[in-house]
Design a protein. Structure first.
Length: 117
C-alpha cells in the first residue's frame, strides 16, 4: 500500500505538471476538489483526470507512465472507480462513463458535506 507521503508527492509532482500546462494556456480542472474525490482520495482523482484529458482512451500502462504513480495504485484506483460506474474498460483502454453522476456518488459515499442532497 502506498503511504500518504508518497501519494502526496505524486499529487504534488502531477500538480506541478498541471501548473506548467496552465501557464502554457492549456485549461486545467481540479478534480481533487470535486466532492466524490473527497471520499475516494487524491490518486483516483489524478487517474480520473488523466483519463478524461487524454487524447485517446488510455491503458493502465499509459496511465502509470504518464502520472508516475505505481501500477498497483493505478490498478486499485481504476478498479474502485469502475466498481462505482465512473469509468469502464473497453478492451484494454479505459473510458469515462458519460452517464455517471459524480455528485450523486459523492452523496452516496459521504464525501459531499457541502453538496445539497
Amino acid at each position: 500500500m502506498m503511504s500518504r507521503r508518497v501519494a502526496h508527492q505524486h499529487w504534488v509532482d502531477f500538480r506541478e505538471r498541471e501548473a506548467a500546462a496552465a501557464a502554457s494556456g492549456a485549461q486545467t480542472k481540479l478534480y481533487g476538489l470535486r466532492p466524490v474525490f473527497r471520499a475516494l482520495g487524491d490518486l483516483p482523482a489524478l487517474v480520473y483526470e488523466y483519463i478524461e484529458r487524454a487524447r485517446t482512451s488510455p491503458t493502465t500502462a499509459e496511465i502509470t507512465r504518464a502520472t508516475g504513480i505505481k501500477e498497483t495504485a493505478v490498478s486499485k484506483a481504476l478498479g474502485d472507480m469502475a466498481s462505482l460506474g465512473m469509468i469502464y474498460h473497453d478492451g484494454r483502454p479505459w473510458k469515462i462513463t458519460a452517464a455517471a453522476n459524480l455528485t450523486e456518488l459523492a452523496i452516496r459515499l459521504g464525501g459531499a458535506d457541502d453538496v445539497a442532497a
